[in-house]
Design a protein around this ligand. Structure first.
Ligand code: TRP
Length: 470
């Protein structure tokens, strides 16, 4: 095959600059995973031990896989399965390898469907705090005079209202679809270029606010005191899973974004920036949330309820609580939207290129599918709480629809996608083609190659086995 991958295909869009690519990729990586899942996981898994091991996972496994993914996309300049096919063709390898990306595209679609459910909760809290701001005024704490149980009951209250849950879920999905339907430069890139800087400003502001008004030193020692005894197998598993989810890996999302990168972007360096920014935000999110939670005398290990229940309670006692609460959830909304957009783009790009249809139509088709699954996920918090779609499999016994999608993607699709990606890039693809794309030299190149060939697939296989059988 002559020149597949060496230039842009007619009609194929590109990022307008390297900065735009970085902002979009950081936007994909930074999301609910950093702000909601990371602090919750760190809190449930013993703080410092989890955090240190997490950083280790990002460097040794996340970063190498991230580079492998964007590299495939950039060489292919097409949707993820087609990009893999082009790399395979240019390496005289079987085109069947594209299955690794087809699985990924499907998994991204599944993740999108339940991600938008949580996105809906964020919108709900924006409404709650906006209303509270109007009622209690600018300077006071949030929810004046309301008992803590009331505030903690907000999320369960939402869960009990199926109609509202579905409405918020579909609303969040619709906003995501709007931007994806507009394409790269006026949709996805627009979101990244405007919302990510706004996100960072709000984020720094709230972290500084937390540091001054909250219990910062306890948070620091909680997150950075490394206690070896707490580093159990379970904690390690949680850390790798979290690293993968946070970096948007294993499900073709980063391949899809890599495909819009220009030839002169140094992918090695860019991947380093993306992973660094994502990890920095996760750790800073811990440093923003825990001081506030500790100052209110609340527990770190509230799990998923940390951001949606504990934090709002903490805002009650803080000066400017309503306003900070509102800004906090607006900031989470920006982070979540730049991620959901990337989750929708992967399947949408596949559908519109494969079936040669307008982007708009593909967005509507994929979005309609995600809406159906989203409704089922929303209902698993209320009317369908007892519906266990994969109940016949022990691993998913008594697991509702939402948790089943979360479990299947995290425990199966993401590790399998990443393992196949490593094997493909490390062993199957033409080494010269890979060298040419990765932007690394000397020792860095050797290290990366060894990690992709040996370390990542083995570690990922072990971890997946543990996750499935323990
Ligand atoms: N990384 C995002 C977050 O932390 C979620 C996400 C976006 C994602 N795209 C993805 C996760 C692709 C897995 C795969 O919230």
């Amino acid at each position: 095959m002559a020149v597949a991958g060496s230039g842009s295909k007619a009609g194929h869009e590109n990022w307008s600059s390297r900065t735009a690519f970085i902002l979009a990729a950081v936007g994909s990586a930074v999301g609910l995973g950093n702000m909601w899942r990371f602090p919750a996981e760190a809190g449930e898994n013993g703080g410092g031990a989890f955090v240190l091991f997490y950083i280790f996972c990002v460097l040794l496994i996340g970063l190498p896989v991230l580079l492998a993914e964007v590299l495939i996309g950039r060489h292919g300049q097409a949707n993820a399965p087609e990009s893999v096919r082009r790399v395979a063709r240019d390496s005289n390898a079987g085109e069947g390898w594209s299955i690794l990306a087809s699985l990924g595209v499907f998994a991204a679609f599944l993740i999108l469907s339940f991600y938008c459910v949580v996105g809906g909760w964020v919108v709900y809290y924006i409404g709650i705090f906006a209303n509270d701001l109007v009622q209690t005024g600018l300077t006071g704490g949030a929810f004046a005079g309301r008992p803590a149980e009331d505030i903690e009951g907000l999320l369960p209250g939402l869960f009990g209202n199926a109609g509202l849950m579905i409405g918020l879920n579909l609303g969040f999905l619709a906003v995501t679809m709007f931007f994806v339907s507009r394409g790269i430069s006026s949709g996805i890139e627009w979101v990244a270029v405007y919302l990510m800087p706004l996100f960072f400003v709000l984020f720094l502001g709230i972290t500084i606010y937390g540091a001054f008004t909250g219990n910062f030193s306890d948070a620091v020692s909680y997150l950075f005191t490394f206690d070896f005894e707490k580093l159990t197998g379970e904690v390690m598993l949680a850390a790798v899973g979290q690293a993968f989810f946070s970096l948007s890996l294993g499900v073709a999302g980063m391949m899809t974004y890599g495909a819009y990168a220009n030839r002169d972007t140094n992918l090695g360096k860019t991947s380093g920036i993306i992973a660094g920014a994502d990890t920095g935000v996760a750790i800073l999110a811990g440093l923003a949330i825990f001081p506030i939670v500790f100052a209110a005398g609340l527990s770190a290990s509230a799990g998923p309820g940390l951001m949606f229940a504990s934090l709002p309670v903490a805002f009650q006692a803080m000066p400017f609580g309503s306003m900070i609460g509102l800004l906090f959830f607006v900031m989470i909304f920006f982070a979540a939207l730049t991620s959901s957009v990337s989750l929708l783009e992967a399947p949408t790009a596949y559908v519109f290129e494969k079936f040669n249809m307008p982007r708009m139509v593909a967005t509507l088709i994929v979005g309609a599918g995600a809406a159906v699954l989203g409704v089922l996920s929303s209902l698993s918090f209320n009317d369908m709480a007892e519906f266990y779609p994969l109940g016949f499999i022990p691993l998913f016994a008594e697991t509702n629809f939402f948790d089943t999608l979360d479990g299947v993607t995290a425990k199966l699709f993401m590790p399998i996608g990443a393992i196949l990606t490593c094997i493909f890039v490390g062993w199957i693809a033409d080494a010269r083609l890979i060298d040419d794309e990765n932007g690394l030299d000397g020792i860095l190149h050797q290290t990366w190659r060894a990690l992709v060939r040996f370390v990542c697939p083995v570690v990922l296989a072990v971890i997946m086995a543990f996750g499935l059988f323990s």
